[in-house]
Design a protein around this ligand. Sequence first.
Ligand code: HEC
Ligand SMILES: [Cu+2]
Length: 470
Amino acid sequence: MSDSPAPAENKIMIASANPLFRKGLEKMVLGRYGKSTIVRATTTTSETLELMESWQPDLVIVDYDDKSISRAEFLHQFVAGDLPMKVMLVSLQASGAVVVYDRRTLTPAQAQDWLSTPQIAPQTEALISRRSFSMKHFVFAGVLVLVLTFLVDLLLSTTRLLPVQASLQAQPIDRLFDLEIIAISFLFSLIVVFIAYSLIVFRRKPGQEEDGAYFKSNNPLEIIWTIIPLSAVIGLSYFGAITLGQTRQADPAPLEIKVVAGQWFWRFEYPEYGIVSDKMYMPVDQQAKLTLTSMDVIHSFWVPEFRVKQDLLPGENLVRELRITPTLIGEYKVRCAEMCGTSHAYMESPVIVVSQTDFDTWVQGELAAIGTDPAARGERWASTNGCRSCHSVDGTTSVGPTWRGLFGKTVELMDGSFVVVDDDYLYTAITSPNTQVAKDSIPNVMPQTYKDSLSDDQIADIIAFIKTLQ
Ligand code: HEC
Ligand SMILES: [Cu+2]
């Protein structure tokens, strides 16, 4: 509205079917121009046209949002007349936008604007310039996303997230990791850049009261943001399946190793050589075919440097297989990657990758050790079968009773009877642990499976070993 203190107009007509609009404007106009101004209001097209003709107002204020005043008819009469008159279009929906037309200067283009465009003419231009302005924002933010993706990827791939790569099977897995790290860097950058950009560039500046535009739906955008993630997920599962296939490729002549896990030990058997060990020795560059099984609960075989991982399940029909071709000589550790009880965290054993010659030397050494006296063999069986994780040989009590001084001792059983520990007692205690349980011991903790997994010779060797612990 004009700021001039003495307006030429004194006959003002307000055309709107909306009573709030009429009342509000009338109050404003009277308050501003004083009692000398006459205000009249109309509510329909015909009423408006008639009064415009008969009363000849100086200024007509039209409610632009009101569809009950026909714009075409009104404009026709306004352009056709020749008495000086001003028209003010007020749109409350378009944030109170106001356009003023003067009968003497109204051009056909202006009339066209008014009739066809939903927005008032000067705003259309602003809208167009705002749109190219927002394209500029997208291009700029897009470049920032790419730069940040590159930097985050660089950071993630130079910080050593993964331990050294020590097997053939690790190579395709690491390629998949590389791909995923790029995807992670991109998604991270996409979100962070757009949030930070909006917070900084589109923050509310002082004096700015407008809300942003409201979008209800955008089909192309929704189709795009469904198709892109869908194809990304399908693509990743495709690469995942290929990678899985590559890690399972079988060599014709692998070294067979039987891996047995139990609470809480690992046992490695080499059937080709008749060796049982609590350390896993592997010759470099030769594929090992591991067959894995558990004596009690579910465990999981995981050497991070080899990348591959496999659960060990109890039960003969649930034996699992894993192929590993070590490529780097060194000492690693297998750890249990499945929560399996109180000592789960300590369920680690050495995994030693050596040259073929060193492997042969180790095999010879193991075979020689088996040949010596029974007690020495028994000591080996006790450690390779995990007895030592529950029984100490130095007198300290751990999960089970110590073996020190056990042979020849008089033991009080749960039923109150007394027995002297001899060969028979030990044999029964190993093969059927719940038959005779010492008074202050807990039944059902010691595995019940040694009767099947140990030969009678091995049990005799262990008993010979226990006898030496006096
Ligand atoms: C998970 C822990 C655990 C493992 C592994 C384990 N034991 Fe035991 N063992 C026990 C517990 C607990 C007892 C006492 C309760 C019982 O007799 O069942 C026990 C009792 C025994 C006894 C009788 C001791 C006594 O004082 O009466 C002998 C002998 C024995 N174990 C030998 C072995 C041998 C040999 C192995 C390996 C082949 C082995 N244990 C593995 C927990 C274990
Ligand atoms: Cu475990």
